[in-house]
Design a protein around this ligand. Structure first.
Ligand SMILES: Nc1nc2c([nH]c(=O)n2[C@H]2C[C@H](O)[C@@H](COP(=O)(O)OP(=O)(O)OP(=O)(O)O)O2)c(=O)[nH]1
Length: 330
């Protein structure tokens, strides 16, 4: 216990928790008992670290004790620091896709396998908002180039989705084209029902309200903003519609922190590696990226001179995954 002035602060409780996925991509959630902290809310299974225990070891032990499963592989997903009124927690969240055994509530707790998109229909503790986003987001984000013709633009998106792309940031075409035309063309394509489309704010000439309203049109729509919009987004936070994904491009620690405070779904952080637009001294490199992304408290994609083959490296460095334009659009 630490005493600062009139305030008595309990030390931070360090917790390891897991987003456990089955072979259908469903995620396991458990209901916290009524009498405990954050009782009756849903959680990602896990628990407190014991003295001297690593987060990974605690995760393996807790999942064995609580669910009767044996973890065979786990990778870090996101770290969250959250101050509740009565305690502060640090949640080390991992993705577990490989385990043996049939998960059951060994301590009598209700457990449920749910589709990632359904997570927003469950009540979690306040700290879990970014964890739910990280659980829903894929590990690659495809940013479109400008495109000189509508047909070519649509064909490239279809081709990428056929190859497994799940998240796109749609930048406006280089030629004049109304957003409704692209929307209509994309809505006709069944293959795009299961992908997420982040419409770039440039489609709306920087009009925040129109952009947010557009994002609310369909469950798989969202809107992506340049960093210049971050302070307006902080003010507009209350207007974000439940389920709409709102994202922003960031270039440093202050911007990423503002994106997190605004409650954005995710951020892009660049430039990690060399691109034509940046001088060598402006590059973050992987260590610079990790310093900003790891404590950010929201999912962050690494961007700048990267391709899909950098995904594992990015995740090791605290990223949700990688974002890229050139290697799929050129
Ligand atoms: N496991 C888990 N804990 C969470 C989540 N979100 C969240 O705010 N928490 C908080 C609630 C608690 O304050 C703390 C976890 O403590 P806990 O009481 O479940 O830990 P434990 O199983 O080791 O508990 P105990 O029986 O040993 O007291 O973290 C979550 O998604 N999963």
């Amino acid at each position: 216990m630490q005493i600062t002035g009139a305030k008595v602060l309990a030390s931070v409780i360090h917790v390891a928790a897991a987003v456990i996925r089955d072979s259908h991509g469903r995620i396991l959630i458990a209901k916290r008992p009524a009498h405990v902290h954050m009782g009756n809310l849903w959680e990602f299974p896990g628990g407190k670290l014991e003295a001297g225990e690593s987060a990974r070891d605690a995760l393996v032990r807790e999942l064995r004790e609580e669910l009767d499963i044996e973890v065979t592989d786990a990778e870090p997903l996101i770290q969250i620091h959250h101050d509740y009124t009565d305690k502060s927690v640090r949640l080390d969240v991992w993705t577990v896709s490989e385990f043996t055994g049939n998960a059951s509530g060994r301590e009598g707790q209700e457990v449920r396998w749910v589709a990632a998109a359904e997570l927003i229909n469950y009540s979690f503790p306040a700290a879990n908002y970014p964890i739910v986003n990280a659980a829903m987001l894929p590990d690659q984000c495809f940013i479109t180039g400008g495109g000189n013709s509508v047909d070519e633009y649509i064909a490239r998106i279809v081709r990428a989705s056929e190859l497994g792309a799940k998240l796109f940031i749609l930048r406006p075409l280089a030629v004049s084209c109304r957003v409704e035309l692209i929307q209509q063309r994309l809505d006709e394509l069944e293959i795009l029902d299961s992908v997420h489309l982040q419409w770039h704010s440039d489609w709306f000439e920087g009009d925040l309200e129109s952009a947010l309203a557009f994002a609310g049109r369909k469950p798989h729509y969202g809107v992506h903003f340049q960093a210049a919009f971050l302070s307006s987004l902080l003010n507009a936070k209350a207007e974000f519609q439940k389920g709409s994904w709102i994202s922003a491009s960031c270039h440093g620690s202050d911007e990423v922190q503002m994106a997190a405070r605004s409650g954005l779904t995710f951020a892009l952080l660049s430039p990690v590696k060399a691109t034509k637009e940046y001088l060598p001294e402006q590059l973050l490199g992987w260590s610079g990226f990790t310093q900003i992304a790891e404590p950010a408290g929201l999912p962050v994609y690494a961007l700048g001179g990267l391709t899909a083959s950098d995904t594992a490296r990015a995740k090791r460095g605290g990223a949700q995954g990688v974002a890229f334009v050139k290697h799929w659009w050129a």
